[in-house]
Each structure stands twice: as structure tokens, then as C-alpha cells.
Design a protein around this ligand. Sequence first.
Ligand code: ATP
Ligand code: MG
Length: 300
Amino acid sequence: MAKVVAIANQKGGVGKTTTAVNLAASLAVAEQRTLLIDGDPQGNASSGIGLERGAHQKTVYDVLIGAASFDDIIKQAVQFKHLAVAPATADLAAAEVELVDQPEREQAMRHALAAVRDRYDYILIDCPPSLGLLTINMLAAADTLLIPVQCEYYALEGLSQLLNTVRLVQRSLNESLSLEGVLLTMYDARLNLSRQVASDAREYFGNQVFETVIPRNIRLAEAPSFGKPIILYDVASIGAQSYVSVARELIARNSPGTHTQPTEHGERPGSEQPGAQPIDPGEAPLSDHAPELADSSASE
Ligand code: ATP
Ligand code: MG
């Protein structure tokens, strides 16, 4: 049965799609049966993995409104034998409006996914930069949430809002949703600001932060315009190696009998548990970090 991972952060441009595409590719290369679902009307995951824009008869939109099944829309063996893709186009924006009148409108994704879950090891869902009905549907369908955090100004601001949404979803739609991890993206080791964001994230989230950090790497930014995941565009790049390393961590976290090692950044309660962590139900005063981060940038 697949592990369903929603890749979400309502903040725009933090590396959700780059992570969805390249993590999916790295998992497929590691012979994990992987389904990449494009859950964003921008359709960037679909084009970034190499599907031609406008070439799809039916898409995630049709699935959500009940006019198609995943079997009708999934493209098999995209770039790799083990990678399947469910594409999206701008149409998907309409689903947000059309779903409003449907019964169980938040569960459309979950119900549709049930039919194909057992065919994959991992299902990754690229979410749009909002906390609207589309993202709620993706969270309701997911086992875990992976949050890309850009090592930039105000990176942690807004995460408390995301975590509050997650708690609402847990309470009313999907009790078992947990946190897969926080992935630091676009890290620049030369910048105090990047180091500060990374250290704040590790202080707050402990070993829920992936040990692998994705550096800022121009090859990662170039690859989508060639319709290729980084592992096909430039396998030797630091960007490619980083996503391979994240895939390895994800697989290790989810292998039965594997135990999450406490990091030097401190052990969290429950850190001896393998796999995903429960989302801390306590208050999350993350927005309080933002002014500190802004201040720390003044020394750049
Ligand atoms: P949106 O919220 O619009 O969906 P997103 O969170 O999916 O955005 P991406 O599209 O993955 O973010 O990344 C935003 C931009 O940053 C893109 O142009 C992408 O190519 C670039 N980018 C992402 N990760 C990196 C990286 N590690 N190094 C350099 N550029 C990157
Ligand atoms: Mg995106």
C-alpha cells in the first residue's frame, strides 16, 4: 500500500514543485513504484517532469469532479519505468469552485485515490500555494505532509497557519495525517540568513527536519525548461545528488524496522519511532520567529 505524501506550503515559490518532481524521479530510479500527482492548476509538475502542456485529454480536474478515474488520466512510465504521473492544467482552478456544492467535497481526492493506492510504493502530491479546498483535499488524502521551507526571509512565518490547517484536517477529515518532515530548500551556506533559518527550523522541528539540505543550484532551476528532472538533466550536479539523498532518507524513514536516529540538534519526544512523526498539538508561535529572522538579515 502506497505512502501518500502531500508536499505543501501555502507560501509561493519555496520549492514544492521542484521537490515533488525530483523526489519522485529519485524514488523511481531507486525502483520504488511512484505516482506523482500534480495538484496545482499551474501544472508545473506536469511540464517539469516532461509531459507536454495541453496534451492531456483528462486531468486531475476531471478526477476531482467525478468525471474520470485515476486510471483514465495516469500516464505510465514517464521518463522512468517506475514513474507514473497524474497531470494537471489550468482547469484545475475551476475544481475549487465546482467542488463547493458537492457532498464530501473535501474527500474527493481521498475517495478517487483509494482505487490505485495499492499499486504504488509512494504517491507524491504537489500542492498549490494556498490553503484552499484543493490543498485541503490533498491533505485529507495524504498519510503525511512534507513541508519545503526556503532558507530565505520570513521562511518560518506562515508555518503556524499551515500547521493549524493540518490540525483542522486531522480533527474533521483525516485523523492519521502526520508530518513526514521539513525540507530546507535553496540553502546558501555563504549567507548568515540561510544558516539562521536552518538553525531555527532545527530548533523548532528537531529531527523532523530532513538531514539533507537542498542547496541553491542553478541546474535545478534550469531543468524544468527542458522538461527533465534533475537526475536526467545533470546527474552529477549537487542538486541531483541532494534529491537522491532526500529519497534515501525518505525510504529509510519508511522502511519497517528502521529507527529515526536522533540528531545532534536534539531528541524529540517519540523520536525513537520510525517514520513520520505526529504533529505537535501544542501552540506553534512560529510567526514570532519572523522578526528575529528579519533582524538577523541586517548583519548580511
Ligand atoms: P509555487 O508556490 O508557485 O507552486 P513552488 O513552491 O512549487 O512554487 P518551485 O516552483 O519548485 O516552487 O520553485 C520556485 C522557483 O525556484 C523555480 O523557478 C525553481 O526552478 C527555483 N528553484 C527551486 N528550488 C531551487 C534550488 N534548490 N536552487 C535554485 N533554484 C531553485
Ligand atoms: Mg509549485
